[in-house]
Design a protein around this ligand. Structure first.
Ligand code: UDX
Length: 452
C-alpha cells in the first residue's frame, strides 16, 4: 500500500497479549502507518511481539508482573484482571513522558486499545488524551456477551441445560448451546467484566475487524447501544500487507507441500493459538484424517494436548507411516498464505474470529469445531447465516470426522458451501476496493483520528 503524506498525530496502540489479538492490532498499525501516522506499540512483556519484524513501529514494553502462561480458558479472567492492574502505572508513566516531549511540537497522541486492555482508557482519560477501542471479535459475539445481564435478569442464564438447542430469546439465531460460556461457573466474574467493558468511558469510536455486509444487523444493534462512530474496516488481513505478527516461527515447508497438491484437494486443520484437545480427541482426529483419504495439512502446536510430552508421543504409533506424503504436520503455519493457496479446499477450525474472517476472505468453506468463548457464536453464524460451513457436533469420533471431511471435501453439499464461500470472497474484495464499505470506513477513521 502506498504510503500517504506524513501526519503529525502519534498513535499509541495497546494490544492484548494473545496471538488472536496481536494480529489484528498490528494489522491496524500497518494500515494506519501506511496513512502516514507514526505508530508506537505499547505491549505487555508477556507474549511480547517480534519487534524485528516491524522496523516501522516504535515499541514500548510494559512491565506486567505475569510470571507464567495462564491455563486457558480457565484462568483467563484472573489473568486479564492482573494484566490490567499491573500495566496501568507503567503505561501512565510512559504516556506522561510522551506528552511532555510532544507538547513542544504542539502535538497530542491518540490511544487505540484492545477492548480487553481497558486500563488504557482509564489512563487516557486521566491524562485527557483521546482514545479509540479496537474490538477484535465479531460484532455478533460481543453483542452476545452484552446480552448476559438481560438474560440473567430474565432468568435465562445460567441455563438449566447448557447444551440446549432452544433459541435464546432476543439473540436469533443463537441457541443456548451457542452462548460463549461453556459452564457458567464463573458467571459473576464474567458479568463483572461485561460491566467494565460496557463502560467505554471517554473513548470516541470503535473499530471492528469485520465487513458491513457480513454483520449489518449486529452493527445496527451495537450502534444503538453505544452512540459513538463505529468503523468496520475488515478484513484487515487482506488490506494490511503486514510482515508476520506470528509469535511462534512459521514453518513455510507446508507451502511447498501444498504446491504439489491438486486444486481444492487439501483440508487444512488448525485450532488457533490457544485451544487444546485431550489425548483421546487427538487420536480420533488422527484416525479420522487418515481414514478420510483426503490430503491434509494439520497444525499441531506443541501445547495442543496438555502435558509436557512432545506431540508425536500423543499421535497413534503408526500414524505417520499410514498417511505418508498425504499428510503434512507442522507446529505453526503461515495461515493466511495457506488459506490463500489454491490447493486448500476446506478448513477444519475452532472458529476464532481471525480464522473465521481469514477463511471468509479467501473463500474457504469450513468444518467448525468451537472450543470456548466467541468461537461458538462464530460457528453458529458460519453454519446458519453465512452458510459457508457446518458444525461438527458432540464428541470427536473417527467415524464422524471421516464423514465430515468427505461431506466438505468431496460431496455436493461441500461444493455448495465452497460456492457460497466464493461469493463471500468476492463481496469482501469489493468491500475493500475503492468505494467499498471497508475502504470508506478506513478513510472516515483517519478523518476521525485527526479530528479528536
Ligand atoms: C483467540 C480466541 O480463541 C478467539 O476465539 C478470539 O476471537 C481471538 O482470540 P485464537 O484462538 O488464537 O484467538 O484464534 P484466532 O482468532 O483464529 O487467531 C489465531 C491467529 O493465529 C489467526 O490470525 C491465524 O492466522 C494465526 N495462526 C494460527 C497462524 O498464523 N498459524 C497457525 O498455525 C495457526
Amino acid at each position: 500500500m502506498a504510503k500517504q503524506g506524513r501526519r503529525c498525530r502519534n498513535l499509541v496502540l495497546v494490544p492484548c497479549p494473545f496471538q488472536g489479538h496481536i494480529n489484528p492490532m498490528l494489522q491496524l498499525g500497518t494500515l494506519l502507518h501506511s496513512r502516514g501516522f507514526p505508530i508506537t506499540i505499547a505491549h505487555a512483556q508477556f507474549n511480547s511481539p517480534q519487534t524485528s519484524n516491524h522496523p516501522e513501529f516504535f515499541f514500548q514494553s510494559l512491565p506486567d508482573g505475569i510470571s507464567s502462561k495462564p491455563d486457558m480458558p480457565r484462568e483467563f479472567l484472573v489473568f486479564l484482571s492482573s494484566l490490567n492492574f499491573n500495566c496501568r502505572a507503567p503505561f501512565q508513566e510512559f504516556l506522561s513522558q510522551m506528552i511532555e516531549i510532544q507538547k513542544q511540537q504542539d502535538q497530542q497522541p491518540c490511544i487505540i486499545y484492545d477492548a480487553l486492555m481497558y486500563f488504557a482508557e482509564t489512563v487516557a482519560s486521566h491524562l485527557k488524551l483521546p482514545s479509540i477501542i479496537l474490538q477484535t471479535g465479531s460484532v455478533a459475539s460481543i453483542l452476545t456477551y452484552f446480552a448476559y445481564p438481560r438474560l440473567r435478569g430474565e432468568g435465562y442464564i445460567p441455563p438449566q441445560d447448557c447444551d440446549s438447542t432452544e433459541l435464546v430469546p432476543g439473540l436469533h439465531p443463537l441457541r443456548f448451546k451457542d452462548l460463549p460460556s461453556n459452564t457458567f461457573d464463573d458467571l459473576d466474574d464474567t458479568l463483572q467484566l461485561i460491566d467494565t467493558l460496557s463502560n467505554i468511558g471517554s473513548s470516541s469510536a470503535i473499530i471492528w475487524n469485520t465487513v458491513d455486509y457480513l454483520e449489518q444487523s449486529s452493527l445496527v444493534q451495537y450502534q444503538q447501544k453505544f452512540r459513538v462512530p463505529n468503523f468496520s474496516i475488515g478484513p484487515m488481513n487482506k488490506i494490511a500487507s503486514a510482515s508476520s505478527s506470528s509469535l511462534p516461527e512459521e514453518d513455510s515447508s507446508c507451502i511447498s507441500w501444498l504446491d504439489k497438491r491438486g486444486p481444492n484437494s487439501v483440508i487444512y486443520v488448525s485450532f488457533g493459538s490457544i485451544a487444546s484437545v485431550d489425548a483421546k480427541a487427538l487420536t480420533e482426529m488422527a484416525w479420522g484424517l487418515a481414514n478420510s483419504k483426503q490430503p491434509f495439512l494439520w497444525v499441531l502446536r506443541p501445547d495442543t494436548v496438555h502435558g509436557a510430552e512432545p506431540i508425536d508421543w500423543w499421535l497413534p504409533e503408526d500414524f505417520r507411516e499410514t498417511v505418508g506424503e498425504r499428510g503434512c504436520i507442522v507446529n505453526w503455519a503461515p495461515q493466511q498464505e495457506v488459506l490463500a493457496h489454491g490447493a486448500v479446499g476446506g478448513f477444519w477450525s475452532h472458529c476464532g474470529w481471525n480464522s473465521t474472517i481469514e477463511s471468509i476472505s479467501e473463500g474457504v468453506p469450513m468444518i467448525c469445531r468451537p472450543c470456548f468463548g466467541d468461537q461458538k457464536v462464530n460457528t453458529r453464524y458460519i453454519g446458519h447465516i453465512w452458510r459457508t460451513g457446518f458444525e461438527l457436533e458432540n464428541d470427536l469420533e473417527r467415524g464422524k470426522i471421516e464423514r465430515a471431511i468427505k461431506r466438505l471435501m468431496v460431496e455436493k453439499e461441500g461444493e455448495e458451501m465452497r460456492q457460497k464461500a466464493a461469493e463471500l470472497k468476492e463481496k469482501t474484495e469489493i468491500s475493500i476496493k475503492k468505494g467499498g464499505s471497508s475502504y470508506n470506513s478506513l478513510n472516515k477513521l483517519v478523518e476521525h483520528i485527526m479530528s479528536v
